[in-house]
Unconditional design. Structure first.
Length: 295
């Protein structure tokens, strides 16, 4: 059984507005060009996100922000994940109000996250100690990484965990759409492959995991409880990674070709699982809560 949350009119308009913006400014052709070219951020797109209130959505209006809450921010990041939007989105969003220019998209802010930094060389400001950072060969061509030596990581910010989960949810929803579209269009033995039970079961499983993760992410955005956020992160990560893998299975060998966006979703989902302490951090938080009898 799937559970669907009902968004109010303003939330639906916010989500649709962000989707239209990304369809105009970061469509399939732009995604392909970004994957094929050097790892550079589109500064014009970054400023457009700032003008749309993406980074300042949770800042009070008195501070020049939009004055919305965590649920609305989660909707925006879900759309960013759906579009595979590159860049240190979470770090810049969290820096709005603290780093001049971050809220408006005039400055790109990266952050040391455990032992990793995303988009270090393209950032105007780096929060945390990035001394001695060395480049890594990132699995995701749209997420350059550096490793930073140092001691144990600080406790992750629950908001960063939730917004990452929202991005994972966006990926899960997108790959579910791609799999269903391909299953309807691709024919074998004179029938759409979606008519075959094995393919239908893959698509159904993707939908169930996506909607379960959606319920968890939206609920955690309302409660802002760290335990709810940890659960949302685990469910969204599973929905994104398993969904992208199953989408590849539905597409067959075509999904692994460079021209397809399916493999890019899987690679981004894998990279996101390493943020904010990794999924192990959320697993340990839930385990501690269960051991204490809190669930």
């Amino acid at each position: 059984m799937t559970v669907r949350f009902r968004l109010d009119d303003d939330q639906r308009a916010l989500r649709e507005g962000m989707r239209r913006l990304l369809q105009r400014r970061f469509d399939g052709a732009a995604l392909r060009a970004a994957a094929d070219g050097p790892q550079r951020l589109d500064r014009a797109l970054w400023r457009a996100l700032g003008e749309a209130g993406f980074f300042a959505s949770r800042l009070p209006e008195a501070a020049g922000g939009v004055g919305l809450g965590l649920p609305e921010a989660a909707l925006l990041f879900e759309e960013a994940g759906r579009a595979l939007l590159p860049g240190p989105l979470v770090a810049t969003h969290l820096a709005a109000g603290a780093v001049p220019g971050a809220a408006t998209g005039e400055r790109v802010v990266a952050a040391v996250d455990g032992g990793l930094v995303e988009w270090l060389e393209q950032a105007d400001v780096v929060r945390g100690d990035a001394a001695g950072a060395v480049p890594l060969r990132s699995l995701d061509p749209l997420t350059p990484l550096h490793r930073v030596p140092g001691g144990p990581a600080a406790s992750p910010d629950p908001v960063a965990v939730l917004l990452t989960a929202a991005e994972q949810l966006g990926t899960a929803g997108r790959v579910c759409e791609l799999a269903a579209q391909h299953a309807r269009a691709r024919e074998q033995f004179g029938r759409p492959i979606g008519a075959f039970q094995a393919v239908a079961h893959l698509c159904a499983g993707m939908l169930v995991r996506t909607e379960t993760a959606r319920a968890a992410v939206y609920a955690a955005a309302v409660t802002a409880d760290p335990v709810d956020i940890a659960a949302a992160r685990l469910l969204a990560a599973e929905a994104a990674v398993r969904g992208a893998r199953d989408c590849l299975q539905v597409h067959g060998g075509m999904g692994f070709t460079w021209e397809s966006e399916v493999h890019l979703h899987l690679k981004r989902a894998w990279v996101r699982t390493q943020r904010t302490g990794g999924v192990t951090e959320s697993e340990e938080l839930l385990a501690a809560e269960l051991s204490a009898g809190g669930v």
